[in-house]
Structures are given as C-alpha cells and as structure tokens.
Design a binder for this molecule. Structure first.
Ligand code: ADP
Ligand code: ZN
Length: 525
C-alpha cells in the first residue's frame, strides 16, 4: 500500500522478467498481481492453462514474508517446488510425504523469513501446530489453489477445504487469493462464503477455448471409432483418451498399440514407477497417446496435446471442461471428441442412485449429470451451451463444434416418444431398451411372447423405424429424464413424461436419432 500502483506494476514486471524470463503479463494477470500486492483479496476464475500460478507467485515475491499456497495436489507439490527452485525462487512444501526432519527444516526457514513460497496441503495447514507457526511467521499472502474444492457443488469437494474458513478469522490482515478453473455460480458463491471473500475483487476470465473443436457422437464401436478418428485427424499427435474403468484403460491402450498407435495406460492401479514412466513418455516423447482414468491430468502442463477423447461419460460439465481443457494449451487447433450411448447413461445413473452418498449430494450429482446429458444431446451450438453452464452468455454460434459444422436436422418426435413411453408403461415399467425395442418393432422373440407382450396394442407400432433409431430415441428419453433406469436396467416412465404422453408438450429431437429405415441402412453400408 505504500507504493503507488504504477510502481507496483513496474516492480511486478521486473520480477516477471528477471525470475521467469517472460516479457509481459497476460490480460488479467497484471490486474490480479496489482490487487494482491497492494494487500487486497481476490477471486480468480481462469481456465486451465490461463496462467493462474503467476497471479500468486509474483505477489509472494513482491510482498514481505512467505506466500502460503494451499493446494490439494500433494503429488505435484514436489515438482512445482523443484521447478520454482530452478528459477531461483526460495520455495518449499509441507505435506505428509515429508519426514519429520524435513518438516523442522521447512518450519525454521519459514520463521526466519527465508522462504518466498510455501506449498501446504490443506490438512497440514489446518493442524493447530501449523496455524500457530504461521501466526509467528511473516506471511505475505494465502493463495487457495483449486478453490472449487470448498464446494459440495464442485466436482471435487474436499472436506478439509471446507474448513479453510479459519483463515479469515485468524489472519484477517493477510490477503487471500482464491483461484480455480472451474466454478459455476453456485461454486463461486460457496468460495466467497467459505473464504469470506465477499468484498474481494473478482477476476473472471472467459472460459472459451476457441481453438478446441467440441464433438460428441453416438457410441457404436468405441475402439474402432477412436482409431478412425485418430487416423483421420490426429495421426502421430499427442492425445489423452479417458475411460471410466482401469480395465477398459488397459484394454484400450493394448489394442491401440496393436493398431500401431504409441499408446500407454495410466491409472491408479499401476505402480508408481509405471505411472511415472507413462507420464514421462507423454511429456517428453512426440505423439504419445495416454489412455487414462480421470486420475491422469491434474497439473499436467503439456502445451501440444492435440486431442482429448472420452470413451465414457465424464461425471459433470466441470469434469468435461477440465478434461477437454488439457487439449490445445498452445492455442493451436485441437479436438475434444466424445462418444456415448444408452448403456453409459443407464450405468452412470444407476451408479449414482446406488451410491452411499447422502441424499443431497446425490441430488447435486444427478443434476450435474443431467446438465452433461443435455449437452450431449444438444441440437444447438455446443460451445454456447458449455459457456452458458459456466455463466457466460455467447450470442453467436461458434462455428467450431460438430453442431455448427454439421447442423443436425431436428424434427418433431413427439409421436415416437409417446410410442416408446407407452411400450415402457404397458410392459410394466421394468424392461430394458432391448426388450422395448423388440416390442416396438413387433419382434415375436421368446421373451416377448413369453410375457404376452405380442398381444399389446403397442406391439409393432414402431415398424417405421429400425432398431438403431429406437435405441437412439430411448437414449434421448433417458438423457432428457422422460424415462429412468431402475434395477436390472429396467426403464420406467417418469413424472416428466406425463405431459408428453398427453400431448401437452412436444419433443424436438435430433434427426440422427430417428432416421427413417432407408437412410439408416444406407448409412451403415
Ligand atoms: P493454470 O494454473 O491457470 O492452469 P499455469 O499457471 O500453469 O496455468 O500457466 C500455464 C502456462 O502458461 C505455464 O507454462 C506458464 O509458464 C505459462 N504462462 C503463464 N503466464 C505467462 C506469461 N505472462 N507469459 C508467458 N507464459 C506464461
Ligand atoms: Zn458451435
């Protein structure tokens, strides 16, 4: 506060170029740095790769005392600290991986004012011992990285983060800067509340990643679809392929290798050595494809990832945005590609309903999943939807997503939806998509006849469309909440479907999910 702003800017630039060798701050970085150096609080919402770290690192060097960085990413702390030390920054970390001797050394350095930056895991910070220590030490600021972890509404809730509310109480005069790459309105409100940032300056960058092309396709044969995609558009490129289970990670990676793709698996079931190896290869070699569970990617900073592929649904829009955001950090054209099908929707919905989580958490997660499914089924610009989810209004369609590039035709599918819903209801709301499709198509299978479903008025009413079309329609009905999956994948009509059944609302669907028979056959050939 003793320095006029212009002088703060000059000193910040001097540190930026002397320590990091960068010639200029990016857009908002300079404003954030100025705010924090001057001792004010800040909330920073910036997409992954936007350059959040410098927003607290530079102020930590400019203010007297040590910048305390709270981060949940224990596994990455050592790397981050090593990287800073290479720039000559006096950095250290405190977490459970450090032996007692190491802890004592770090604490002594902190008290002696010999540290510029100290990375601390939240559970470590919250120990009475650490808080007492910080009261005696010169502290420049608190940076709360991955601040969305304070929120249950976030995709990454950490109970310890919820307790960071002690900071404003115990250290009211030390500036707090909360940073995150993912925060919708509710998460943002939680961050402001928990960290008491009501009066803080808010720096909200656009979440748009114009160089990423968003695409979502119907899952038909995921491995082959993936291979075709890589061959057609990303031969020899580095990429990340996300799968839900460790098993499918292993199988997909193995299969890609047999197809001549330089692929490596990555998941929590591998030994630390194998995981390190995969990570090193991905970072250092050209054109490596990592097949991974969501465990992979947090904190990975590789600029030239050309594609991110999802073979399974992410959990939420936040997850999707964060995972796809690992593509194209260098600003060059990149692809976010995803396939999903009815079975995925049913599976994740069932996993959700059967989880042990408390009911309010389940409700939140179900709502998040629904937002993602709506995105998947979109007939309008995906980027508009994605940005709208993060509270950003965009007036024009983007021109760089599958919907913009290849607009699907929409048609009124109310009648077909009524047929499918009545097939579910008349068979007792307990059969899966395959059986309902048989009934609609008038297939006298053993099961259909055995159940007497060939006698229903619905039997055979759907002959005008083929199996794929009905599967697609049923998927959309599940995604949009008109049908819901219960035990054994049985589908039942929901309350939401009533208006549709009575003809009070109409259902406009993408035509690809309900093509007339002839066109589907042609396309398959
Ligand atoms: P985030 O934490 O927002 O994902 P980082 O802080 O890791 O992003 O920064 C992403 C990359 O951008 C890093 O390689 C960083 O060195 C680089 N970077 C950030 N700010 C600048 C800048 N002002 N000039 C040049 N490079 C920058
Ligand atoms: Zn678009």
């Amino acid at each position: 506060p003793t320095q006029p702003p212009a002088d703060t800017d000059a000193r910040a630039l001097e540190v930026l170029s002397r320590v990091w060798g960068y010639g200029a701050f990016r857009d908002v970085q300079a404003d954030i740095v100025r705010t924090v150096v001057d001792g004010d609080n800040a909330l920073v919402l910036m997409p992954t790769g936007g350059g959040k770290s410098l927003c607290y690192q530079v102020p930590s060097l400019l203010r007297p005392g040590t910048g305390i960085v709270v981060s949940p990413l224990i596994a990455l702390m050592k790397d981050q600290v090593d990287a800073l030390r290479q720039f000559g920054v006096r950095a250290a970390f405190l977490n459970s991986s450090l032996p007692a001797e190491g802890v004592r050394e770090v604490e002594a350095a902190l008290l002696a004012g010999e540290l510029d930056l100290l990375y601390v895991a939240p559970e470590r910070l919250l120990l009475g011992r650490t808080l007492d220590l910080l009261e005696r030490a010169p502290v420049a600021l608190f940076a709360i990285d991955e601040a969305h972890c304070v929120s249950q509404w976030g995709h990454d809730f950490r109970p310890e983060y919820g307790q960071l509310g002690v900071l404003p109480g115990r250290f009211p005069d030390i500036p707090r800067v909360a940073l995150t790459a993912t925060a919708d309105d509710r998460t943002r409100a939680d961050i402001l509340r928990v960290l008491d940032l009501g009066g803080a300056a808010q720096f909200i960058s656009s979440f748009d990643r114009p160089n990423i092309q968003y695409r979502v396709a119907n899952k038909e044969g995921p491995k082959t679809q993936l291979l075709d995609f890589i061959h057609a558009e990303h031969r020899g490129d580095a990429g990340i392929v996300y799968c839900l289970s460790r098993k499918s990670v292993d199988q997909t990676a193995q299969w890609l290798v047999t197809q001549g793709i330089d692929a490596v698996p990555y998941h929590a079931g591998l030994s630390p050595r194998e995981r390190n190896h995969a990570q090193e290869r991905f970072l250092n070699d050209e054109g490596v494809v990592v097949v991974a569970t969501v465990a992979f990617g947090m904190g990975i900073d590789k600029p030239n990832v050309r594609f991110v592929a999802h073979l399974d649904l992410p959990k939420s829009m936040e997850g999707y945005y964060q995972e796809t955001g690992r593509a194209g950090r260098d600003g060059l054209p990149s692809t976010a590609w995803m396939v999903y099908g009815l079975a995925d929707v049913v599976n994740v919905k069932r996993m959700l309903s059967q989880s042990d989580a408390p009911d309010d958490v389940k409700r939140v997660e179900a709502a998040k999943l629904d937002a993602l499914l709506t995105y998947c089924e979109a007939a309008t610009c995906r980027r508009q939807l994605l940005l709208a989810y993060f509270g950003e209004q965009r007036d024009e369609p983007c021109g760089n997503c599958d919907i913009c590039l290849n607009p699907p035709r929409v048609r009124d599918a109310t009648r077909e939806a009524q047929m499918a819903l009545s097939a579910a209801i008349r068979t007792g709301n307990r059969f899966g998509a395959a059986h309902l499709t048989d009934v609609l198509l008038g297939q006298p299978t053993e099961k259909v006849v055995g159940m007497g479903h060939h006698l229903l008025p619905t039997f055979g009413v759907g002959k005008g469309h083929d199996e794929g079309a009905w599967r697609g329609l049923i998927r959309q009905l599940v995604s949009l909440g008109h049908l819901e999956a219960g035990e054994h994948h049985g589908l039942s009509a929901t309350g939401k479907s009533r208006a549709l059944l009575r003809g009070e609302t109409t259902l406009m669907l993408r035509e690809d999910s309900l093509l007339p028979r002839e066109r589907v056959r042609k396309r398959d050939r």
